[in-house]
Design a protein around this ligand. Structure first.
Ligand code: FES
Length: 206
């Protein structure tokens, strides 16, 4: 077994981790290291440790402090942290669990329960397909399937080049334009499966 430390400071990210790996990380936490600094996982016969930068650890602690390190504020803290860092990988959850004095399994349970939270980074252009009632009855599911097919990813995943990620949301208040798709802040209305390619093409050269 080869040991490897991935440090955010060194930007050594030769090994990509998936959502499933996140669950493994929680199971295989290396208790010998200072709590919340490292998490480990085995990937392709390499034992990987992820190390957050001090700056990021401090940022997370700051957010927890804003909510008085209250365990009851966990959801708000997760929201704020995801807003600030973009996603909530296992090592980030560890910092939060430590600051709030709750188990990392509890934090993991909340993160995985709410579809809003993500353990993997979103793409540069996050795609959200509205699956609210009006959009659903007008074919949102078929549109979603076409995005999945063209990008080769599932809901909650990010494309290999890091460009697009795919998620669903509930009614964005533009039901008259159903089915609605958001790419970042931009709203696309009356999207059909045939229109998916044109949307993706618009971001090809960006
Ligand atoms: S249901 Fe999609 S915008 Fe309202």
């Amino acid at each position: 077994m080869v040991n490897k430390i991935l440090s955010e400071d060194k930007k050594d990210d030769g090994i990509k981790l998936t959502k499933k790996d996140g669950a493994e990380i929680i199971k295989t936490l290396d208790k010998s290291e200072p709590l919340y600094k490292y998490a480990s996982v085995e990937k392709e016969k390499v034992k990987v440790k992820l190390k957050l930068s001090e700056e990021k650890i401090n940022k997370i602690k700051e957010i927890c402090k804003l909510f008085d390190n209250e365990a009851g504020e966990l959801i708000n803290i997760l929201h704020q942290t995801q807003h600030s860092l973009g996603y909530l990988p296992a090592e980030v959850q560890e910092v939060i669990a430590h600051a709030l004095n709750v188990s990392s399994a509890h934090v993991y349970g909340v993160v995985t329960f709410y579809s809003y939270f993500t353990m993997i980074p979103k793409g540069r252009f996050p795609i959200s397909v509205c699956t609210g009632t009006a959009c659903y009855v007008r074919g949102a599911e078929k549109v979603l399937d076409e995005f999945k097919r063209q990008l080769g990813i599932n809901m909650g995943e990010t494309s290999v080049d890091g460009k697009f990620s795919l998620s669903c949301l509930r009614c964005v208040g533009a039901c008259g334009l159903a089915p609605v798709v958001l790419v970042g802040e931009k709203v696309y209305g009356r999207v059909s499966p045939d229109g998916v390619k044109a949307i993706l093409d618009a971001y090809k050269e960006v």
